[in-house]
Ligand binder design. Structure first.
Ligand SMILES: C[S@@+](CC[C@H](N)C(=O)[O-])C[C@H]1O[C@@H](n2cnc3c(N)ncnc32)[C@H](O)[C@@H]1O
Length: 219
C-alpha cells in the first residue's frame, strides 16, 4: 500500500514518533555549510523545523511540501521570519519562486517519488540551482542493488534494530512498508537521478545498509 502524505494521518504519526530533533537538525545542516548569502530550498519540509533553524543563517529559506497539514505547521514554524516561505505543492509540480538557489535539502522525502520520477524532479528543479550549489539528501538509500532487497532483508532488519534502538519496536510495520511499498532507491540509481539535474555526488555515507546521506554539487 502506498503511503499518501497528501491526504492521510501519516504526517501526525511521523511528527510524533520520528521527530527531527534540534541536535539532529544542527548536525544535518552542518553538512550544507550554510552561509548568509545562501538561498535554500527544503523539499518535503514537513513541520518546518529545519526551516526554522536554517532561516536565521541564510538569505532566504523555502520549504516545499504536498501535505496541507505539514505546510500549515511549517508556515507556523517560520511565522514572523521575513526571509522564509512555504510552498504547498508536490515535488513534480512545484514552481519555485524566481530566485537562484544555492543550497537544497530533501530529508526522508524523496522515497515518495518512484525511480522514474526522481530524474524528472531533479531535471525540473536543477535548472533553478546555481553552479556550485550543494544538495543534501538523507533518506532510505540502499548500499546494495535494489533488486537484492529480499536477499538483504535479514541484514536490513538487524541493522534497523540497531539504527532505531528503543524506537524500533512499534515501527517495524511502517518501516517495512516504506522500504517495500514506497520507492527507496539504491545509491547508483539516486546518483543517476541527480545527474539529470546537473548534480554530481561528492560525498556519501551509509549509517545503515538501507539508509544514506548523500551530498551532491551542481556542475
Ligand atoms: C517523512 S516526512 C519528512 C519531513 C522532514 N523533512 C523531516 O526530516 O522530518 C516526508 C515529507 O515529505 C512530504 N511529501 C511526501 N510526498 C511528497 C511529494 N510528492 N511532494 C512534496 N512533498 C511530499 C510529506 O508531506 C512529508 O511532510
Amino acid at each position: 500500500m502506498k503511503q499518501d502524505w497528501g491526504e492521510s494521518r501519516l504526517p501526525q504519526w511521523y511528527n510524533e514518533h520520528l521527530k527531527f530533533a534540534p541536535q539532529e537538525i544542527a548536525a544535518y545542516l552542518r553538512r550544507l555549510d550554510l552561509r548568509s548569502g545562501d538561498v535554500l530550498a527544503d523539499f518535503g519540509c514537513g513541520n518546518g523545523e529545519l526551516l526554522r533553524h536554517a532561516a536565521p543563517l541564510v538569505a532566504y529559506a523555502l520549504g516545499v511540501d504536498v501535505s496541507p497539514e505539514q505546510a500549515a505547521l511549517a508556515r507556523k514554524a517560520v511565522s514572523g521570519m521575513a526571509n522564509a516561505g512555504v510552498l504547498q505543492s508536490s515535488f513534480l509540480e512545484c514552481t519555485l519562486p524566481d530566485r537562484v538557489f544555492s543550497k537544497g535539502s530533501a530529508r526522508k522525502s524523496l522515497h515518495h517519488l518512484t525511480d522514474a520520477e526522481k530524474p524528472i524532479f531533479f531535471k525540473r528543479i536543477g535548472l533553478r540551482f546555481a553552479s556550485g550549489a550543494l544538495f543534501l539528501i538523507e533518506d532510505a538509500v540502499f548500499d546494495f542493488p535494489k533488486k537484492d532487497l529480499d536477499a538483504q532483508w535479514p541484514r536490513i532488519q538487524r541493522e534497523a534494530a540497531a539504527f532505531y534502538g528503543a524506537r524500533w519496536h512499534g515501527m517495524e510495520k511502517v518501516f517495512e512498508n516504506t522500504l517495500r511499498a514506497e520507492f527507496p532507491s539504491d545509491f547508483d540509481t539516486l546518483s543517476s537521478a541527480l545527474a539529470e539535474g546537473g548534480f554530481r555526488v561528492i560525498k556519501h555515507e551509509h549509517p545503515a545498509c538501507f539508509y544514506g546521506v548523500v551530498l551532491a554539487q551542481k556542475g
